[in-house]
Design a protein around this ligand. Structure first.
Ligand SMILES: Nc1ncnc2c1ncn2[C@@H]1O[C@H](COP(=O)(O)OP(=O)(O)OP(=O)(O)O)[C@@H](O)[C@H]1O
Ligand SMILES: O=P(O)(O)OC[C@H]1O[C@H](OP(=O)(O)OP(=O)(O)O)[C@H](O)[C@@H]1O
Length: 224
């Protein structure tokens, strides 16, 4: 049996269903909207598992699902050495979002990473604690700031409504996913002049341990 993990709600779920339908497989919930079980029609030996997008990387790594749809951001953030654990089977062309770092709009002297590094040094001297960056992408943000030699900061965990942390005075800057930029603008935040930390999109992943004839038959059926 090949178990396919799919996000359990929202646009990501609907677009995933459409993507498989375009390839001849019909995914559907088996019961009500609140029941997280589903079925796959159009192929033998495949089961649908509805999960939180954030949990799909872990489930792939644990071998509890063989295939999974989630954002590349979540796989890179949640799986250390992700390439050893999962294979990217196909980018799916939706769920595009950039992981970016943003500062208050009113920080006129903070345009790029060099500015941020200097401001972070001064901030620590002035306030006695390190500048706080709110994010749920700890691994990716730490690696990116280290690569750009920004050191005087601390990460503050924020699992949602991250853009609100600056107004709420629990952080000075944020690192989060953006697509339209509306949430940033509404919260008076501006993206630093730098390439995004990561460009993400919804992707079909396979667990490396799942490789075998049953998985290959499914991928052949999908012409992948
Ligand atoms: N505004 C957006 N536009 C496009 N993609 C987005 C946007 N926000 C988030 N995403 C993507 O959607 C995926 C799921 O996001 P999110 O982290 O909100 O899911 P989740 O943590 O599983 O949610 P929940 O735990 O509430 O089920 C991620 O890969 C993310 O990059
Ligand atoms: O650039 P935009 O188009 O405004 O989208 C960005 C927002 O979308 C995501 O939040 P989501 O709605 O998934 O909720 P969350 O804050 O709980 O993660 C993300 O965390 C941003 O807050």
């Amino acid at each position: 049996m090949i178990r396919l993990g799919v996000p359990s709600k929202g646009r990501l779920m609907e677009q995933t269903f459409d993507w498989f339908a375009d390839r001849g497989l019909r995914l559907s919930r088996s019961g009500s909207d609140r029941e997280y079980a589903g079925r796959v029609d159009g192929i033998e030996g495949m089961a649908l598992v509805l999960l939180s997008a954030g949990e799909i990387p872990r489930e792939l790594a644990a071998g509890r699902i063989e295939l999974g749809v989630t954002g590349t951001d979540l796989v890179r953030e949640k799986l250390a050495g992700w390439r050893d654990v999962v294979t990217e089977v196909a980018p799916m062309g939706f769920g595009h979002a950039d992981l970016i770092l943003a500062v208050p709009e009113c920080w006129r002297d903070c345009r790029d990473l060099d500015d941020l590094a200097a401001i972070a040094r001064d901030f620590r001297a002035e306030h006695g604690f390190r500048l706080r960056i709110a994010t749920k992408y700890h691994r990716l943000v730490r690696a990116w700031l280290a690569a750009h030699e920004v050191a005087d900061y601390q990460l503050v965990d924020s699992q949602g409504a991250t853009e609100g942390t600056v107004a709420n005075q629990t952080a000075e800057a944020i690192a989060d996913i953006t697509s339209s930029g509306e949430t940033l603008r509404a919260n008076n935040l501006r993206i630093l002049d730098a390439p995004p930390i990561l460009r993400s999109q919804a992707t079909l992943f396979a667990g490396r341990a799942a490789d075998g004839p049953a998985l290959r038959a499914v991928l052949d059926r999908l012409a992948l």
